[in-house]
Design a protein around this ligand. Structure first.
Ligand code: SF4
Ligand code: SF4
Length: 472
């Protein structure tokens, strides 16, 4: 096992001997505070993942990442490819949040919110229903093939495939209108790329959550490898209280462990049996530990039965009492400052994002044209983007940049109409009268400002862009 650098020791993974050492870990079901939190996260994340594509907002899908149309719809907001910097900011913010959470509370992301954890929890629940609890599953593993084994395994895999396909469908529903996609399913009339991604993501879900499970956390996840570098003695991690628990050994309920020269651990191994990655936390923090807290739930149940205080395994800072509070540590403050900076930056950039954008390019094929009255005409290509969900009808105006603001005349038809979340490309002629043409004739290129403006005339209903005018 590779080690990660840390100021706290991370020991190699240790498991029980015999059947527990089987490559197929069969965790035991457990109830308690952490198990409840894990299921709360499963519900919260899955309601969001499966439900969000079905939510409508002002008559259209509330959240749709339309890659083909190169538009992202997020409720009333439309994002163009030019806005991807916002997405970068959100990703940086998320990474900093993960680092801060790890520095404070260890690998809580892995234990409660990581998709690998969440789907493994769902698939394990199905497995539990189809094949029974831990011992029944272990017996089924060892049993020869029979009708009963075939039926139980078949039921489980059928349910897994169904969930995996539903997951693949829901993922694609974030990127293509989900109602149309659903309507195309019965006749298998969806497009090839949609079909590919539904099957690909379904296969990935089935493989990761059903077949590989904890092996992904143990061997494939890079975060588990470098988590140690983000921890220090004040980080809260899952900890077995060695001083209180050792020497371990069985004893009768309610007996005083100290009076018989023992610690509080009765060596029942329940903490190992419930562990989804199959490790023995009593041997110290291990890189495989995903901080799910299920061993705490199991051990607290045992301590209740033994009439001993809870907390033999707990979620706490290794430094114990007397150290500086975790939230005051330098690295946490640095992460906090980074979060505030990036968060404010993304928010300001989002709020300042214009709904109308104008790009003006002078037609290079016709430099300029002299009109019969002595005026000069230049031709421009206007590209207007409407990042809102309302149609826009915009008038085109143009001025010479500078103090006097000489006005250029746009041709009569210089009105641009842009659909909601649409882009309009048009060709517009701008004219300078004979007097001004003579006035600016000495300049190689006259700097101008082109403006498109809606009927309201408000700043949100207007866009400008700079260009040049050839006046000779
Ligand atoms: S040791 Fe405890 S917290 Fe860590 S993965 Fe196993 S059950 Fe979860
Ligand atoms: S559940 Fe508690 S008492 Fe049982 S083996 Fe684990 S640490 Fe010891």
């Amino acid at each position: 096992m590779s080690r990660t650098h840390s100021v706290i020791p991370i020991v190699p993974a240790t498991r029980l001997s015999g059947i527990e050492a089987s490559s197929n870990i069969q965790p035991r079901a457990v109830s308690g505070v952490f198990a409840t939190w894990r299921w709360a996260m499963v519900w919260a994340t899955q309601l969001w993942f499966y439900g969000m594509p079905w939510l409508n907002w002002h008559g259209r899908q509330a959240v749709l990442f339309d890659l083909e149309g190169r538009r992202f719809y997020i409720f009333g907001t439309v994002l163009f490819p030019q806005d991807l910097i916002l997405l970068t900011g959100v990703l940086v913010f998320s990474a900093l949040l993960l680092f801060a959470a790890t520095a404070l509370y260890g690998r809580v992301w892995c234990g409660f919110a990581c998709p690998q954890t969440v789907y493994t929890e769902i698939f394990s629940w199905v497995e539990h229903r189809a094949e029974g609890d831990r011992l029944a599953r272990m017996r089924l593993d060892d049993a020869p093939w029979s009708i009963q084994k075939f039926a139980r395994r078949g039921t489980k895999h059928l349910a897994w495939v169904t969930i995996a396909l539903l997951t693949g469908f829901s993922l694609v529903g974030w990127f293509t209108p989900v109602r149309a996609l659903a309507a195309s399913v019965p006749a298998v009339a969806f497009g090839p790329w949609e079909g590919f991604w539904i099957l690909f993501y379904a296969a990935a879900t089935y493989l990761h959550a059903g077949v590989l499970k904890e092996k992904i956390c143990q061997h494939a996840c890079p975060y588990g490898r470098f988590q140690g570098s983000m921890l220090d003695a004040a980080s809260r991690v899952i900890t077995y209280d060695v001083a209180r628990g050792e020497p371990r050994g069985s004893r009768t309920r309610g007996s005083d462990a100290r009076s018989i020269g023992q610690g509080d651990c009765v060596d029942c191994t329940l903490c190992v049996q419930v562990c989804p990655v199959g490790i023995d936390i009593r041997n110290g923090l291990q890189a495989e530990c995903i901080s799910c807290g299920l061993c705490i739930d199991a051990c607290n149940g045992v301590m209740d039965k033994m009439k001993a205080p809870r907390g033999l395994i707990s979620f706490r800072a290794l430094s114990g009492i007397g150290e500086r509070p975790a939230h005051r540590r330098g690295r946490v403050l640095a992460y906090g400052a980074g979060l505030a900076l990036v968060g404010v930056g993304v928010m300001v950039a989002f709020l300042a994002r214009p709904e109308l954008r104008l790009n003006v390019i002078r037609d290079r094929s016709v430099m300029s044209r002299q009109l019969p009255d002595g005026g000069i005409e230049n031709v421009y290509r206007l590209r207007v983007m409407n990042a809102s969900l309302v149609p826009r009808r915009l008038d085109v105006h143009a001025f010479v940049e500078g103090i006097d603001g000489t006005r250029l005349l746009a041709e009569q038809s210089a009105v641009v109409v842009v659909e909601p979340a649409g882009t309009s490309n048009s060709v517009v002629s701008l004219r300078m009268d004979a007097t001004n043409a003579q006035r600016y004739a000495s300049l190689v290129a006259v700097p101008i400002r082109v403006e498109v403006i809606g009927s309201s005339g408000s700043s949100g209903d207007k866009a400008t862009s700079a260009s040049t005018f050839i006046a000779r």
